[in-house]
Design a protein around this ligand. Structure first.
Ligand code: AMP
Length: 287
């Protein structure tokens, strides 16, 4: 049975009109920001929104500001028909699909920059990326004015940045983090997994396996964390994954790991596999 996809709006004005109608009836609104190429990870965000809000808005916008000059903005998958089918299946109430000119009209010059949290990890390797993310997320939160907005732990640093920007800018929204959805073999779902060749796809689950093993080893012996990470980087390299970073951080502040497991810690990684960059992260079990 085919279900109909939700109404699509392309402008901020039409988005606000739809949300205002729900607000007038005191319905709560959840926002799920995405770049499309929707998969089960995005579906988990939509279901989390559905569980807490009576209306679910999904934005689909491939944000040029968060791609570097040598990154995959042009090649990023944009399967609109399949995405609308997912929105129908998940019973989303509205698709917000603005064009680049709607989000960044001529003369647009504002940047939202979250200091500190954006500096290490992915921020160190993708200059300007998190400014692009923070700018578009701030706009989406202001445009939609949802009660809650949903972000995946897959992009763990991004989730912490979004929580901070909402707090710092007094945007009245609850930012909800959603656990990572994985393939049966452990690979975190990502729109970029379509770039993997068959051989690379076979190798890719080694990232999650290494993260889990490494986090478990650190939990047993946190004072040997440095040596444990060095060994893990070497073994990922042997498996065919070139490590961009593999780091232990405080789970909330993202400050470098102090060696003290009485506070929640997180192990985060980015690796290159052929032309594909994969990111993943796991909690470190408490000591
Ligand atoms: P993207 O479309 O890749 O920008 O992702 C949109 C949202 O979906 C972000 O909040 C991501 O963290 C989240 N997301 C992407 N992949 C996953 C996953 N495998 N599990 C949970 N959330 C995810």
């Amino acid at each position: 049975m085919s279900t109909q996809h939700p109404p699509i709006v392309h402008t901020v004005a039409a988005l606000r009109e739809a949300v205002a109608g729900w607000r007038a009836r005191r319905e709560s609104v959840g926002l799920v920001p995405t770049m499309g190429a929707l998969h089960a990870g995005h579906r988990a965000l939509m279901r989390a929104a559905r569980a807490r809000n009576s209306r679910v808005v999904v934005s689909i916008f491939v944000n040029p500001k968060q791609f570097g000059p040598n990154e995959d903005f042009a090649a990023y998958p944009r399967p609109e028909g399949a995405d609308l089918a997912v929105l129908a299946e998940e019973a989303a109430d509205l698709a917000f699909m603005p064009g680049v000119e709607e989000v960044y009209p001529p003369g647009f010059t504002t940047t939202v920059a979250v200091a500190g949290l954006t500096e290490g990890l992915c921020g160190a390797h993708r200059p300007g990326h998190f400014d692009g993310v923070a700018t578009v997320v701030a706009k989406l939160l202001i445009q939609t004015a949802p009660d809650s907005a949903y972000f995946g732990e897959k992009d763990y640093q991004q989730l912490q940045i979004v929580k901070r920007l909402a707090r710092d800018l007094d945007i009245p929204v609850e930012i909800v983090g959603v656990p990572i959805v994985r393939e049966a073999d452990g690979l975190a779902l990502s729109s970029r997994n379509v770039y993997l060749s068959a051989e690379e796809r076979r190798i890719a689950p080694a990232l999650y396996a290494a993260l889990r093993e490494t986090a478990a080893a650190v939990a047993v012996d946190p004072h040997r964390a440095g040596a444990i990470l060095t060994t893990a980087i070497a073994s990922l390299g042997k498996a065919g994954l070139r490590v961009e970073y593999l780091e232990l951080r405080d789970a909330a502040s993202l400050a470098p790991f102090s060696g003290d497991l009485s506070r929640p810690a997180r192990l985060l990684a980015a690796v290159h596999l052929g032309r594909t960059r994969l990111i993943d992260n796991v909690p470190v079990p408490p000591g």
